[in-house]
Structures are given as C-alpha cells and as structure tokens.
Write a protein that binds this ligand. Structure first.
Ligand code: HEC
Ligand code: HEC
Ligand code: HEC
Ligand code: HEC
Length: 267
C-alpha cells in the first residue's frame, strides 16, 4: 500500500510523466516559467506561420515614416520645393475631382500632365522577364516630373489661390524660371542606366528572384504575384521620404546592407 503524500506538497505542482514543471516547493519556479515562455512563443510562431515560411535573412526593415510634408515632394508653401503660396500638397499629383484621363487606372486620380517622351529603355541579353517597349503606368507618373520635360506646375486642377507656376522660390533641382527639374533628381529619357522598370517579375525563369509571396516591403504592380511588374514605386514610396537626413530618399526598404536589393534578389 502506498503512503498518502501530505496534501500541501501537491498543491501547486504540475506533473507530466513524473516530471515537475512547476513546483514552488522545489524552487523550480524560475526554470519552469522560462519553459512556459519558450513553449508559448513557439506555439505563437507556429500559429502565425513564421516557422513554416522559407527562412529569410531579412526582417522587413521598412523605412520609418517621415511622410511627405517638408520633403522634396512637398511643392506647397511649406515644402522644400516651394512653388505655390497654397498649402496644398497632394494637388501636384492627385486631385479629388475631375481627374484627367492620363494614367487613370494605374495611378489614382492623377492630376499632373503625363510625359509623352520616348525613352531609351533598359536592355540586356540576360533579362528573363519581358520589359515593356516604353515604361507604363505608375513609372510614367514619376517620369512626368523626373524626365525633366514637364514643369512641376503642369497640373490639371489648380490649388486654391493658384500660383502653382511661381517657381521663384523653388530650391534644389527645380529651375526657378521654367519649373523643370534639372538637379540630381532629373533622370532624363535614358533609362538604360536605371534598374530595369516596367519589367515582368518572373521568379520562375530567373531563379535568383524570391517567390512573390516572400516579398517584404517592396511592391510589384498591381500586386505581389508572379508576372506583375517592377516599377519605380517598387523601390520608392513617393509619399514617404523615410529616414531623416538619409541619402536614400523615398525608399520602401532601407538600402543599408543592400536590404532593398535582397528583398527581391536571393544572391
Ligand atoms: C510627387 C507625386 C505625389 C504626391 C505629391 C502625392 N502622391 Fe499619392 N501617389 C503618387 C503615385 C505616383 C501613386 C501611384 C502608386 C504608387 O506608385 O505607389 C500614388 C498613389 C496614392 C494612393 C494609392 C495607394 C498607394 O499608396 O499606392 C493614395 C491613397 C495616395 N497616393 C494619396 C496621396 C495623398 C493623400 C497625398 C498628399 C498628402 C499624395 N498622395 C501625394 C504620387 C504622389
Ligand atoms: C509633381 C512632380 C513629381 C512627381 C510626379 C514625382 N516627383 Fe520625385 N521629385 C520631385 C521633385 C521636385 C524632387 C526634388 C528634385 C531635386 O531637388 O533635385 C523630387 C525628388 C525625388 C527623389 C530624390 C529625393 C532626394 O531628396 O534626393 C526621389 C527618389 C523621387 N523624387 C522619386 C520619385 C518617384 C519614385 C516618383 C513616382 C512614384 C516621383 N518621384 C514622382 C517631383 C516629383
Ligand atoms: C531597384 C530599385 C529602384 C528602382 C526600380 C528605382 N530606384 Fe530610384 N533609387 C533607388 C535607390 C537605392 C536610390 C538611392 C541611390 C543612392 O543613394 O545612391 C535611388 C535614387 C533615386 C533618386 C535620387 C537621385 C539619384 O539619382 O540618386 C531619384 C530621383 C530616383 N531614384 C528616382 C527613380 C525613378 C523616377 C525611378 C523609375 C524610373 C526609379 N528611381 C527606380 C532604387 C530604385
Ligand atoms: C522589386 C524587386 C526588385 C528589387 C527591390 C531589386 N530588383 Fe533587381 N531585378 C528585379 C527583376 C524583376 C529583374 C529582372 C530579372 C530578369 O527578368 O532577368 C532585376 C534585374 C536585376 C539585375 C540584372 C539586370 C540584367 O541586365 O540582367 C541586376 C544587376 C539587379 N536587378 C540589381 C539590383 C540591385 C543592385 C538592387 C538594389 C538596389 C535591385 N536589383 C533591387 C527585381 C528587383
């Protein structure tokens, strides 16, 4: 016959195959609570799915938001490239009403004149994805200011109070008379020296590309699926300058340690 144990000893003890996981009487409190934290963390990871995904060396290091105000893309009275006395910021790219045809469809309520230049596109015998004969959609939006052929104030709907073409106080790269981009921001029409854009993302043909489901931070157009396109906005977010004082402007992912490049490329 077994001796009955004193009741108090069993009071807080949790047993599994004879092992005690939590037993204040044996001073295992610290050890068992560590086990508890570890087990719950593993369970949570499994539920969220992190453990089941392909291992990636990246934490999604999305540049902390600094927004649009006060940046090079703020052409309002308070912005770096002050071209209007108005405080409206979005108006140089979007309008809530009467958006002209332009590049509707791919850029929401677009309000800037759209470039009609012919570009020299990137070409290389190694490219697997098909590159468009001319850049399309969201990249055309960027090039409408960055090719240097259209004035910043070449917009459809005007800001309240007008003055969208007063460039006398423009700073940096914007010409104070013509309102054309002339500084380092001017990409021009030669895209052969820019990372390929308007190109289909074919991770099935180019095995050094991550599967689209793994992409973090970067963005394919219209969405992160095979065959969707890399555009300027895949690497840049025109609304978020990113880290203050950084030399990497409007990036979706930091370029530190080539994190941006490794977001898509596996090498
Ligand atoms: C310098 C040009 C520019 C300015 C200024 C700008 N946008 Fe945009 N915006 C774009 C472009 C280009 C796109 C198209 C998609 C892309 O590339 O992300 C876009 C897309 C959007 C979208 C669709 C969602 C998305 O992120 O793709 C929203 C919403 C938006 N803009 C809101 C705003 C608001 C609000 C402002 C003013 C605070 C603003 N934008 C100012 C260029 C601009
Ligand atoms: C309405 C005109 C306009 C449009 C549209 C526009 N930009 Fe800009 N962008 C500017 C101006 C002005 C500057 C400042 C150029 C300078 O000072 O040299 C600038 C600067 C930049 C810079 C450099 C910022 C810096 O501080 O060095 C990047 C990157 C950039 N734009 C990316 C984009 C991308 C990507 C798009 C499209 C999604 C876009 N821009 C659309 C006007 C525009
Ligand atoms: C593959 C990613 C990627 C794509 C696609 C891309 N950029 Fe950039 N861009 C960058 C990086 C990274 C920098 C920062 C370069 C540096 O700091 O030396 C940059 C810098 C810039 C600058 C600042 C001036 C300069 O030349 O350094 C502008 C303006 C710019 N990009 C506009 C564009 C436009 C417009 C497009 C589309 C035609 C585009 N970018 C496509 C990654 C990209
Ligand atoms: C949004 C995804 C994406 C990002 C971010 C990205 N790339 Fe790419 N890159 C591509 C795609 C797609 C191709 C075309 C691959 C193909 O079809 O062969 C490409 C092609 C290239 C090529 C080969 C060009 C050729 O002639 O064969 C090089 C080199 C390259 N990228 C370098 C970079 C560098 C450097 C960065 C970081 C600044 C970068 N990429 C960021 C998607 C990306």
């Amino acid at each position: 016959m077994q001796q009955a144990r004193p009741r108090f000893k069993r009071k807080f003890s949790l047993r599994w195959r004879g092992r005690r996981w939590y037993d204040p009487n044996e001073r295992k409190v610290l050890w068992s609570s560590l086990c508890f934290i570890l087990v719950t963390a593993l369970v949570r990871l499994l539920i969220v799915g992190d453990l089941l995904l392909y291992p990636t060396p990246l934490a999604a290091k999305i540049a902390p938001s600094r927004g649009l105000s006060g940046t090079a893309h703020d052409l309002s009275a308070t912005g770096l490239n002050h071209v209007t006395a108005s405080k409206e910021v979005c108006i140089f790219c979007h309008t809530p009403h009467d958006s002209p045809e332009g590049i509707k469809g791919s850029v929401p309520i677009w309000n800037h004149a759209t470039t009609s230049q012919q570009f020299l596109v990137y070409s290389s015998p190694d490219l697997k994805g098909i590159i468009d004969a001319q850049p399309v959609g969201p990249s055309l939006a960027c090039l409408s200011c960055h090719d240097g052929t259209l004035a910043m104030g070449a917009i459809h709907e005007l800001p309240i109070g007008g003055g969208q073409d007063d460039y006398s106080q423009a700073t940096g790269g914007v010409n104070t008379t013509t309102g054309l981009m002339e500084g380092t921001g001017r990409i021009g029409r030669n895209l052969s020296s820019v990372h390929p854009i308007s190109i289909a993302y074919r991770d099935d043909l180019d095995k050094s590309l991550r599967p689209p489901s793994e992409l973090q931070g970067v963005h394919l157009y219209p969405s992160n699926v095979r065959g969707a396109k890399v555009q300027c906005g895949s690497c840049h977010d025109p609304h978020n300058f990113g880290i203050k004082g950084s030399t990497a402007p409007f990036l979706r992912v930091t370029k530190e340690g080539s994190t941006l490049c490794l977001s898509c490329h596996l090498m």
